[in-house]
Design a protein around this ligand. Structure first.
Ligand code: GDP
Length: 279
């Protein structure tokens, strides 16, 4: 998933006997090529310009300068997932329901799920199927019931049974931002009658490119997002959107999805991600 490989390779002398390069001469056209590459990788113009400027400023160690800038870009917030009540939010189709099941399968302790995406009957069915497959209880209500009623029942159950985690799948398609804010706010308030919400994880599909930034904008305005689940990194996406989001919103990516299977899910490892990008 290297973003810089082509660029770095061009200036790295691979022959063992060759004299080391003291000062790398990078032409303006090379920087232009890198700029185009980074923008096409969904890094966004703002971050791309910052990285290229950092590289240009450092005559002797441009790659090191870009790497340092990238390190600065990543969020310094914790990438741990707090146990307790976890709300999973995001636009339909991003992989929200699948990620709820995958997360349940990874978190330590006992977990129950709440199917609060009641506007989409298929989501409730899908979560029930996942629950059976991974052996996790799913709390759901009748079709078209109020999402907050399901969330309320689930949070009561969470307290009564003393399980470690409750993961709540929420509705992803609402008419407008005001509806979304109202719905998510209500779900949260209802849950917090029983216990505080410990995490709000936003699901972003890596293949949606810059649209991911727009989604992050809407959801961060609607609810306090504490982490991101970046899905579909197995596809053609190069994951640049991850950096763009961390840069703009300072929300740490906590998990990445790399396929449709329940095990295609892992904690986000910032250092190995950066090494991957730099090739
Ligand atoms: P929701 O509408 O956001 O709840 O999305 P779903 O969980 O129903 O997922 C939508 C589609 O994306 C399904 O076909 C999933 O199998 C698929 N999907 C979810 N996560 C990933 C992933 O990490 N990689 C790939 N390739 N597909 C995924």
């Amino acid at each position: 998933m290297s973003l810089f490989k082509k660029f770095v390779d061009k200036f790295t002398n691979k022959s063992e006997n060759a004299a080391p390069i003291k000062e790398i001469e990078i032409k303006e056209s090379d920087w232009d090529e890198l700029t185009t590459d980074l923008i096409q990788s969904d890094l966004g113009r703002e971050l791309t310009n910052e990285l290229v400027a950092a590289g240009k400023r450092s005559k002797e160690k441009p790659f090191q300068a870009i790497k340092s800038k990238l390190e600065e870009t990543l969020s310094k917030k914790s990438r741990e997932t707090n146990s307790g009540i976890i709300l999973v939010v995001g636009v339909n189709g991003t992989g929200k329901t699948t990620s709820v099941a995958k997360l349940a399968n990874k978190l330590p302790g006992k977990t129950v799920l709440a199917a609060a995406d009641t506007f989409r009957a298929a989501a409730v069915e899908q979560l029930n199927t996942w629950g059976q497959r991974i052996g996790v209880e799913v709390i759901s209500g009748p079709a078209n019931s109020d999402p907050s009623a399901v969330a309320f029942d689930a949070s009561k159950k969470f307290i009564e049974t003393g399980v470690d985690n409750l993961i709540v799948d929420t509705a992803g398609r609402l008419h407008n931002k005001a509806d979304l804010m109202a719905e998510l706010g209500k779900v949260r308030r209802v849950i917090e009658k029983s216990a505080p919400v410990s995490e709000v994880l936003l699901v972003i599909d890596a293949t949606t490119g810059q649209n991911g930034l727009a989604q992050a904008q809407v959801f961060t305005e609607a609810v306090e997002v504490t982490g991101i689940i970046l899905t579909k990194l197995d596809g053609s996406a190069r994951g640049g959107i991850a950096l763009a989001i961390e840069h703009k919103f300072d929300i740490p990516i906590k998990w990445v999805g790399t396929g449709e299977g329940v095990d295609d899910f892992a904690p986000f490892d910032a250092q190995s991600y950066l090494s991957g990008l730099l090739g």
